[in-house]
Design a binder for this molecule. Structure first.
Ligand code: FES
Length: 186
């Protein structure tokens, strides 16, 4: 039996074309010009997107969501306790680590608490992390507020929500200054 190579190629191409068309997946007809395919059968090239590709490999939507976050979803999320309880510690203001508290508008973090010195010279303390998604807040003395870089939440110096998506205020703590010792406590 003699096999005509042209016919064999056409048969192979028709089989391959129908297989690809039936599953509607990626196909690049590099050989199409050589087989005189009628215009009515022009193949639609459909590049597979990532979701389809992962689905084809057997991964579910959860896997797709996970891979979507790889390398791109990290935030400045603190590992500290959201709202520390039983707080009671003392800062030595003569220590370099606490020097920021000698200046009005300065602040430091310690034990999940942000301790700040207001523009009026008072010491205030609230929980370090935002009540929205636990990003560390900063103190903005000039605006008399705490501010979250995460999504723009703002809090008054007494911890109340004044703007942004934060669902509740910041836990506040007491302060007491004796000489160079600043005590922060629940
Ligand atoms: S984490 Fe603070 S506003 Fe979103």
């Amino acid at each position: 039996m003699i096999y005509n190579p042209v016919i064999m190629y056409r048969v192979f191409f028709i089989i391959a074309y129908n297989a690809v068309k039936s599953i509607n997946k990626t196909f690049i007809p590099l050989t199409q010009p050589f087989f005189f395919i009628p215009a009515s059968t022009i193949i639609t090239i459909k590049l597979m997107d990532r979701k389809e590709f992962l689905s084809l490999l057997g991964f579910g939507s959860a896997s797709v969501a996970l891979t979507s976050c790889l390398g791109g979803c990290s935030k400045n999320v603190s590992s500290g306790t959201a709202s520390p309880s039983g707080v009671d510690f003392t800062l030595d203001l003569s220590q370099p680590a606490n020097a920021a508290l000698l200046t009005n508008g300065g602040y430091v973090y310690n034990s999940g608490v942000i301790v700040a010195k207001t523009m009026a010279g008072a010491y205030i303390a609230v929980q370090q992390v935002c009540t929205h998604e636990s990003v560390s807040v900063i103190y903005q003395g000039g605006n008399q507020r705490f501010y979250c870089n995460g999504h723009g939440a703002t809090f008054s110096e007494s911890g109340a929500v004044t703007g942004g998506p934060a669902p509740r205020g910041l836990q506040t703590y007491n302060t007491s200054l004796t000489a160079n010792s600043l005590r922060i406590y629940s």
